[in-house]
Design a protein. Structure first.
Length: 246
């Protein structure tokens, strides 16, 4: 395994720490709970269903389903993390799921989709009138994005979506934006990700990867409360309600 592979593997391990992910997922669930106590919730691009499993602790009476293009969602169902597993693309499955859900989430999915507008239309189809959509995407104008360039986000997103543009698009499609947030969605990973890219370019860096990346991850976590309040914040959240006449 070369330096790039070691650095990438170590960074992924550090950034995917279960306790950190669970706290982030539960914070998302609480944010939605300020507007609705859902009976049914669809998590798009759910993977193995870790978000629904954590959110269930916040909303114990909500039925959480997952949608993913891979077999991971079926493994999530077998593990009991989601009740129903929908395998495929949201736009393709939307007609048969029309009006089934009063909450839908897309976390760092929209920016990697082929056509964000089609995804938003599909979400509107799946949501009941008055249902709520929660989206999190990277902040394209983040100061970290400027400093780290292509090393900021891996894999590189297809679309860079400013908050104002996404808000305008949602409103044009029959949603009402009820909340935006650039503090809580910040994910403390920028220094770790940037260092991983740098180490990957240095052949002799493999043996240094673990301690250096661990130090960077600690710095990311310690700085997060301050960074999230500044233009270095790397993600934002929008919660929008589907208008009854949409």
């Amino acid at each position: 395994m070369d330096a790039a592979q070691v650095a990438a593997a170590q960074a992924e391990k550090i950034l995917a720490a279960p306790h950190s992910a669970a706290r982030r997922h539960q914070a998302r669930a609480r944010a939605m709970g300020r507007f609705i106590e859902p009976e049914s919730w669809l998590d798009v691009d759910t993977g193995h269903g870790h978000f629904p499993a954590a959110a269930k602790q916040v909303h114990p009476y909500t039925a959480f389903d997952g949608l993913d293009r891979t077999e991971r969602v079926e493994a999530g169902r077998e593990a009991g993390r989601v009740e129903e597993a929908h395998r495929g693309l949201l736009a393709d499955l939307a007609p048969k799921l029309a009006g089934r859900y009063d909450a839908l989430s897309m976390f760092h999915y929209l920016e990697r989709s082929a056509d964000p507008r089609i995804e938003l239309i599909a979400a509107r189809t799946v949501l009941r009138p008055g249902g709520h959509l929660m989206i999190e995407v990277p902040v394209p104008e983040s100061r970290y994005a400027r400093l780290l360039g292509k090393g900021w986000i891996r894999p590189e997103p297809h679309h860079r979506i400013p908050l104002t543009a996404l808000r305008r698009e949602l409103e044009s499609l029959g949603y009402t934006v009820v909340a935006t947030d650039r503090r809580e969605p910040h994910i403390p990973l920028d220094l770790t990700a940037g260092l991983a890219v740098t180490l990957g370019r240095i052949r002799a860096a493999a043996r240094l990867a673990t301690p250096l990346l661990a130090a960077a991850a600690l710095a990311d976590r310690l700085l997060a409360p301050v960074v999230s309040r500044t233009r270095f914040s790397n993600a934002y959240r929008i919660i929008a309600r589907r208008n009854p006449d949409a």
